[in-house]
Design a protein around this ligand. Structure first.
Ligand code: CA
Length: 224
């Protein structure tokens, strides 16, 4: 998934970014309330990790304004320890969940997974497209009964496609959804990962589920 992390403390922001990236997620950082508002409105994220204490509009204000603009991306708020007032204010501002500092990274990941699952549309815990299955929590992939081993980034690209079965995604859209902002102009990276994935989920099984739609992009089909 693609996550926006909003935190002005460089050390914690860096830790969050590295940890999420190690799990194969794409991460963008915002260091102020204004930056967060701009980024969360301009790009599609699966979730936002939002600290309360920020320069400019604080986390509560950012969350409130996003909801007013019709941005319903799941928000996980980072609050001060033992501050009931912060938690209440965060939830009332439209946040979906909160985590008190200091937190365990494993819990942050689990809460993010739960938020993305609960999102606006119905999202089952295990994704299925035809006989291809992907478990975001266990980070495992199967074709039929055979488990397929994929790298962290391959997992991220596959998850992106599996959340939109049958839909043609352009290279640009795939970059937007599975890579961070720094990859904007490197569209060939998508072709490389599609090739890797085909070698794992299709070719060994005599399948052609990851289709090239000439001149447009790629589509994952359950019937091929
Ligand atoms: Ca902060």
């Amino acid at each position: 998934m693609r996550v926006l992390v909003v935190e002005d403390e460089a050390k914690l922001a860096g830790l969050l970014r590295r940890g999420l990236e190690e799990e194969g997620h794409a991460v963008d950082l915002a260091r102020s309330g204004d930056d967060a508002l701009w980024r969360a409105s301009a790009a599609e994220y699966d979730a936002v990790v939002l600290d309360v204490m920020l320069p400019g509009p604080d986390g509560f204000e950012v969350c409130r304004r996003l909801r007013e603009r019709g941005v319903w991306t799941p928000v996980l708020m980072l609050t001060a320890r033992d501050s009931v007032a912060d938690r209440v204010a965060g939830l009332d501002a439209g946040a979906d969940d909160y985590l008190a500092k200091p937190f365990s990274f494993a819990e942050l990941l689990a809460r993010l997974r739960a938020l993305v699952r609960r999102g606006t549309a119905e999202r089952p815990a295990v994704l299925e497209v035809g006989d291809l299955r992907l478990d975001p929590a266990a980070r495992r992939v199967w074709r039929g009964n055979v488990e397929v081993s994929v790298s962290a980034k391959e997992f991220c690209v596959l998850e992106t496609l599996m959340r939109r079965p049958g839909r043609v995604l352009s290279r640009h859209e795939l970059i937007e959804l599975a890579w961070d902002a720094a990859y904007e102009h490197r569209s060939n990276v998508v072709d490389v990962y599609v090739r890797y994935l085909r070698e794992k989920i299709d070719r060994p099984f005599g399948r052609r589920s990851l289709e090239t739609v000439r001149g447009v992009g790629y589509r994952l089909r359950g019937d091929l």
